[in-house]
Design a protein around this ligand. Structure first.
Ligand SMILES: [Zn+2]
Ligand SMILES: [Zn+2]
Length: 295
């Protein structure tokens, strides 16, 4: 069985599992613990207009990083763009603190390959080839537990292009330093806007809490996005289109069943629920991106 698993890019050795769990644990733990510390101290003191501005701005950066960067560009090559935009997307992607780009891409492509089948890495229905029967465990596995219990994905098989691309390779290699700037940049901007008090508020609100919330947003697509909602004709799995409000908030990523049916498209349908699709179309009209895939 092990040979078969390695042939489809699934790593069962304990070293790979440990390394994966540590990267996931630290990536999740830092913003979570930071949020707790902020709640127990005066870190979340009443936000000023500067704090709200920085929170919304960096949350938008995260949304774009995950939806346009990690998902549509790096995982699915839904469009092409210039070197400087690829750098920008690489940094915004990494700022979401969801693991290095090559790992995210590899896990996501494996998810599509085995969608809701036993080797899917974050299906609500399977865990290490065992069927999940409890409703709560389905949610818990697809939302969070998979990052600690599933066999890791071999990036050499699933993300060859991302590893050989100098920009995403560097962003993956410099993952932790870039993650550090995801906290430091809002704090520095806060300092510039309102001194040390604003820097502390920006660190907790626009740093820790923003990343913590973005984690939940992304994982909701993995969990709820395979459990509740309508299906698009042509999707051959349990992927679902989420509530329109959630879909809009997550820049169109909630149209998950549509995405499973048309994986390479840069614009989900209905387009009116896909702000990321609008952004890509706008960037196309000003020639910042090109070769935009549509179905
Ligand atoms: Zn999915
Ligand atoms: Zn996808």
């Amino acid at each position: 069985m092990r040979v078969e698993l390695s042939e489809v890019g699934i790593m069962t050795d304990s070293k790979a599992m440990r390394r994966n769990a540590i990267v996931n644990g630290v990536s999740i733990g830092i913003p979570f613990i930071g949020t707790l510390i902020g709640l127990l101290s005066s870190g979340f003191s009443a936000p000023t207009s500067s704090t709200v501005f920085l929170f919304l701005l960096f949350f938008l950066f995260n949304l774009i990083g995950v939806s346009v960067g990690l998902h549509r560009y790096f995982s699915h090559h839904a469009f092409e763009t210039s070197t400087w935009v690829r750098w920008l997307l690489g940094i915004l992607s990494t700022w979401a603190m969801q693991g290095p780009i090559d790992r995210w891409v590899a896990d996501h492509r494996r998810h599509h390959r085995f969608s809701d089948q036993p080797l899917d890495i974050h299906s609500p229905y399977w865990s290490r080839q065992n069927k999940i029967t409890s409703g709560f465990m389905r949610f818990a596995h697809a939302h969070l537990l998979w990052m600690f219990v599933e066999w890791p994905t071999d990036t050499r098989l699933y993300a060859k292009d991302t590893i050989s691309d100098p920009i995403s390779r560097r962003c993956s290699r410099w993952y932790w330093p870039i993650c550090a700037t995801s906290f430091l940049v809002p704090a520095m901007l806060g300092y510039a806007m309102g001194g040390s008090d604003e820097a502390v508020r920006a660190f907790f609100w626009a740093g820790c809490l923003r990343i913590f919330l973005m984690h939940q947003f992304t994982w909701m697509v993995n969990s709820f996005g395979h459990m509740f909602g309508g299906k698009t004709e042509g999707s051959r799995d349990e992927s679902r289109n989420m509530h329109w409000g959630v879909t809009l908030l997550f820049l169109g990523e909630g149209l998950h069943s549509y995405h499973h049916a048309h994986q390479r498209t840069a614009v989900n349908q209905p387009a009116s629920l896909d702000p990321a699709g609008y952004l890509i179309t706008f960037l196309e009209t000003i020639h910042v991106v090109w070769k935009v895939q549509r179905f």
